[in-house]
Design a protein around this ligand. Structure first.
Ligand SMILES: [Zn+2]
Length: 151
């Protein structure tokens, strides 16, 4: 079942297929994992939403099969995707904008359940909703996330 789900994900979003560090494909890739797997459950839905928008941009410029992810990670409580392979400058600018929005939005999405995040753990910084801060398996110290001030 899991592999079928991954096959579908990679069919729909070819760049979720993991690659080697030099960007080359893994010839015996068996769909056991995708680049989405490094993210906690609460963020996966968010990221798939961004992949749909990413597909629109990539298809518009004919770059869907050129684009590939060089690094998928979490940094300071935000989801970050780094990429390569796109030659069109306008396309790259739109991708950069989109990935920056993902980074910003992920800070406000609970990494565990996907609801609105209102707290961040201290130390290893991740965003959580109030309910998920009650999970004793995660962290013990939280601070409220401040809302951005309107300018
Ligand atoms: Zn939550």
């Amino acid at each position: 079942m899991f592999n079928l789900k991954n096959r579908y994900l990679v069919w729909r979003f070819p760049y979720l297929r993991p690659r080697k560090y030099d960007g080359s494909i893994i010839p015996d890739y068996d769909y056991k994992f995708t680049d989405l797997d490094c993210y906690p459950d609460g963020w996966r839905k968010l990221i798939i939403g961004y992949c749909k928008r990413l597909n629109k941009i990539l298809k518009r410029y004919g770059e869907l099969h050129n684009f590939y992810i060089t690094d998928a990670k979490e940094k300071w409580g935000t989801a970050r995707l780094y990429y390569s392979g796109v030659s069109n400058g306008d396309c790259r600018r739109q991708i950069d904008e989109l990935l920056f929005r993902l980074e910003t939005e992920s800070w406000h999405v609970c990494s565990i359940c996907g609801k609105k995040a209102t707290y961040a753990s201290q130390g290893y910084v991740m965003p959580y909703c109030y309910e998920c801060t009650k999970n004793p398996k995660i962290f013990t110290c939280y601070e409220p996330i401040e809302e951005p001030k309107d300018e």
